[in-house]
Design a protein around this ligand. Structure first.
Ligand SMILES: [Zn+2]
Length: 385
């Protein structure tokens, strides 16, 4: 198969990309934090490496930190006593997989954790997290030379996908430490594409974790006491059923809930506004409807009002796909006003998701403006029907 020779292209790429042309901004605190979070391995049920980062950042801001019985981490920022309890939830888990067994030939078969497209699984690099350390694996793809024409555009079914770690036998694979139950994550490094656009694994929902932690840092920096108590929560097992949001809400007992998420952007070739309306670079997003929740209308209006006052562009999303922690918060106790607040993200649940930095900055700006306005009177007004 002939390919276009690189030398002719290179100068063009150099001119076209601001990064290469030396215009890129040095990585700042938020970018470094997002990079660390995106690169950390944390599939559902195996969130420890991410929890360590979140707990570290919460403690760095002087918060008392605890966990619920499922492993969600909770940091409390006490404001004026007797104020409403506001829960901010970002999930620490990412979609991944788990080792089912090793074949006699040393190949690894796995089970998926969270929602994946079968077509996203083959010909990828993965990391198996064994008790003896990380092991690199590739999801092999049959060579085109031995694939009949009628099969060449067929997607390999998930149960036919296998991981090859280069082992020659089951014993050799097990000598690497691979065991049934070991977690598996995409092996993708966080990368800055053009100035202000990032790609990496697990933007869903490490962008939410970055939003949570940077909002806290900014509020602390402001130094003013909020008229409420803010609970900064890193939840677990969102991708397998919003499980940590359920247990964390029972621990926090919120009066109002906000999930901080990666939104579903379809602003790419073949995408349609009927599926999702949000676009990279057009501002943070509030979800009006998704597969699991209809937004609380007064909380929606409150977000719209504060964004308008602060001159921050706010997008809305009406989609049939997706379910977020806010759906679980909304069903806490006898019903709790909740909203899903997101940063538009392309190619969710793949090795290469993408966000726009400006959307993250504006989302944090809006939260820093909005949270101090959630006093008892406002929360009571929002909770009224
Ligand atoms: Zn998510």
């Amino acid at each position: 198969m002939r390919v276009r020779t690189l030398p002719r292209l290179f100068p063009l790429i150099l001119l076209a990309s601001p990064c290469l042309a030396g215009q890129a901004h040095p990585a700042d605190r938020v970018e470094r934090l997002l990079e660390e979070l995106s690169n950390a391995p944390g599939p559902s049920g195996f969130e420890a490496p991410v929890r360590e980062i979140v707990a570290r950042e919460l403690r760095a801001q002087g918060l008392e930190v605890s966990t619920d019985g499922l492993g969600s981490v909770i940091g409390v920022l006490h404001g004026s006593p007797g104020g409403p309890r506001i829960m901010l939830a970002a999930h620490m888990d990412e979609v991944g997989a788990m080792v089912r067994f090793v074949t006699p030939e040393g190949m690894v078969k796995f089970q998926l954790l969270g929602g994946w497209l079968d077509q996203a699984l083959v010909d990828q690099r993965w990391t198996i997290l064994t008790s003896q350390g990380p092991v690199t694996a590739i999801s092999g793809l049959r060579s085109v030379h031995i694939t009949p024409a009628e099969d060449r555009n067929r997607v390999t079914a998930r149960d036919d996908v296998f991981l090859d770690v280069g082992a020659r036998s089951k014993d050799e694979a097990e000598a690497l430490g691979i065991r049934a139950g070991d977690p598996i994550v995409p092996a993708t490094a966080f990368t800055k594409l053009v100035d202000g656009r990032y790609t990496g694994k697990a933007m869903d929902d490490r962008v939410g974790c970055a939003m949570l932690l940077e909002t806290l840092r900014r509020l602390k920096e402001q130094g003013s006491k909020t008229p409420n108590t803010l609970y900064f929560v890193g939840t677990v097992q969102e991708e397998v059923g919003l499980r940590g949001a359920h247990t964390a809400a029972l621990a926090v007992k919120p009066d109002l809930g906000i999930s901080l998420e990666a939104g579903i952007a379809a602003d790419h070739p073949g995408g349609r506004a009927d599926w999702a309306q949000e676009r990279l670079g057009a501002g943070p997003v509030i979800y009006l409807a998704d597969a699991a929740m209809l937004v609380n209308l007064r909380l929606r209006d409150f977000f719209v009002r504060v964004a308008a006052d602060a001159n921050i562009p706010l997008q809305t999303e009406v989609t049939t796909g997706g379910a977020e922690d806010s759906a679980e918060l909304q069903r806490y106790a006898a019903g709790t006003p909740s909203i899903n607040f997101a940063v538009a993200t392309r190619y969710l649940h793949s090795h290469n998701s993408m966000i726009e930095r400006a959307d993250l900055d504006r989302a944090i700006d809006l939260l820093v403006k909005l949270l101090p306005r959630l006093d008892s009177k406002t929360v009571a007004e929002i909770s009224r029907f």
